[in-house]
Design a protein around this ligand. Structure first.
Ligand SMILES: Cc1cc2nc3c(=O)[nH]c(=O)nc-3n(C[C@H](O)[C@H](O)[C@H](O)COP(=O)(O)O)c2cc1C
Length: 189
């Protein structure tokens, strides 16, 4: 059926490009496994790309902004700018936001990339630092989608167990629904 805008109403809406960031550099990271699974289980109208440059970012220095912006930082800023939304899955260290994640956010602070950018937090474990991370991102003017809470308990699991948990039909559906809810949030803003 063709709608009044000339589109076939059975067509999918335009593809949304979402950037997923894990706040952990660990090879066996539960958070990295979760963002990879989100990418693999994304709804048909979303493409989730996993950002893999966190560990290569230099430590943020305001003197290195503008023309002096390092290549890796410019790559992050560009990826966030181009994304329709950002998904963050981050552990906590001593109840705080890990330095690597905060460093990545710091590179975005004085740019436009974060301003009004839809963002969603997902979790591989319960966090005290969730409130701090949400506060940082709201302060940076991310448009945080807080209604959908996706938490898949992976803390302390071995890689083989993580794989099995993330492959469960109910968890795949939960991941798909969470990304779909985020996509709906982005589209209705
Ligand atoms: C330095 C360090 C500090 C940690 N602090 C906390 C903490 O405050 N609360 C907590 O629940 N887990 C803490 N953990 C455990 C991590 O949450 C756990 O290792 C988690 O799996 C890390 O995420 P990842 O699997 O994505 O690397 C800590 C781990 C490390 C290495």
């Amino acid at each position: 059926m063709v709608g009044f805008l000339g589109h076939d109403s059975t067509e999918l809406p335009p593809l949304l490009n979402l950037l997923a960031i894990s706040g952990s550099l660990r090879a066996a990271s539960t958070n990295s496994a979760l963002v990879a699974a989100l990418a693999a289980n994304a709804p048909a109208d979303c493409r989730v790309t996993v950002y893999d440059g966190l560990g290569r970012l230099p430590i943020f220095n305001p003197d290195d902004e503008g023309e002096r912006t390092p290549r890796e930082a410019a790559g992050l800023i560009d990826a966030v700018t181009r994304a329709d939304g950002v998904i963050v899955s981050c552990p906590e260290y001593a109840h705080g936001v890990p330095g690597g994640m905060k460093n990545a956010l710091d590179w975005l602070v004085s740019r436009d990339a974060a301003v009004g950018k839809p963002a969603m937090l997902v979790h591989a474990s319960p966090l005290y630092a969730r409130a701090a991370l949400a506060e940082i991102m709201r302060t940076m003017s991310f448009a945080l989608h807080e209604e959908t809470a996706l938490e898949i308990a992976l803390l302390g699991k071995k890689p083989v167990e993580i794989e099995a948990i993330l492959a469960k039909a109910e968890n795949r559906l939960a991941m798909q629904n969470a990304v779909q809810a985020f996509a709906d949030f982005i589209r209705t803003r």
